[in-house]
Design a protein around this ligand. Structure first.
Ligand SMILES: [Zn+2]
Length: 260
């Protein structure tokens, strides 16, 4: 079977060691390839035209709090049922595109295909599409990874995107204002209550960093927003340290949380 065929078939599948090896070889042999489908492209970090067209950018009305796409715009009253029933602690969350198709494939390639440089592309999309989420003088804070997972993955994808976003917007990135002090199980497959339990006591603001947060606007940066349990847990401790307002920006978000 041709290398390209194997890669195309693996587009949305979990990356097996064999596919990882093929992807690694493809990256070396075809450096200017689309990171989603591996077709050759003219630039180094771009997607091919069909993969671009497959990204579902969030352009219509969204819930004022969570950023979930909504069928109609009711002004200030555009609030999704989940946010109405249980208002999030953060002020508002927004994402550039829906976590499906090429959009999710791109993020999986970055995280699990060992391609941290794709974070630059995600940061450019956030910067271009969500300028209202980057208020002046805000601190950009990446969602931290526990050091054990950092060793396994080699890089924190949120920190990579955040670094590029800070360079584009001219804002300060504050990577150490919050730490993941307890390793947590993967959130995938857990119920809403289970996710909350899993994250209890997972984050802390070091004493030495408290003064940086008092009265400061914070923008939490991550690659994907799923149920929002992680950013809720983080918002809780950032609020306690005096940060306000607290925004959440992600490259992608799951648009149907019940399917997570
Ligand atoms: Zn492509």
């Amino acid at each position: 079977m041709a290398l390209k065929t194997i890669l195309k078939q693996s587009r949305y599948a979990p990356l097996t060691p064999l596919v990882r090896l093929h992807n690694l070889l493809a990256d070396v042999l075809v450096p200017s390839a689309c990171p989603v489908c591996y077709q050759p492209v003219g630039n180094d970090d771009g997607l091919c035209a069909p993969c671009w067209q497959d990204i579902e950018f969030i352009t219509g009305p969204v819930c004022r709090r969570t950023g979930l796409p909504m069928p109609v715009d009711l002004g200030a009253e555009t609030i999704c049922p989940l946010a109405r029933a249980q208002p999030p602690r953060y002020d508002k969350a927004r994402a550039a595109f829906a976590y499906n198709g090429s959009g999710s494939a791109l993020i999986k390639r970055m995280k699990f295909g060992d391609r941290p440089e794709l974070a630059a592309l995600l940061a450019r999309l956030i910067h271009a599409r969500l300028p209202e989420m980057l208020p002046r003088h805000a601190l950009l804070v990446p969602v931290p990874l526990h050091r054990r997972r950092l060793v396994w993955r080699r890089f924190n994808q949120a920190a990579e995107s955040c670094r590029h976003l800070a360079a584009l917007s001219g804002q300060s990135m504050a990577e150490n204002v919050v730490a993941r002090i307890r390793p947590t199980a993967q959130q995938i497959g857990l119920s809403r209550a289970g996710r909350k339990r899993n994250l209890r006591g997972a984050f802390a603001v070091p004493q030495s960093q408290q003064h940086r947060l008092k009265g400061r606007a914070v923008v939490l940066v991550d690659d994907v927003l799923t149920t929002g349990a992680t950013v809720e847990a983080l918002t809780r401790i950032l609020r306690r340290a005096g940060a306000a307002p607290i925004y959440v920006v992600t490259a992608a978000r799951v648009v149907l949380p019940e399917r997570v």
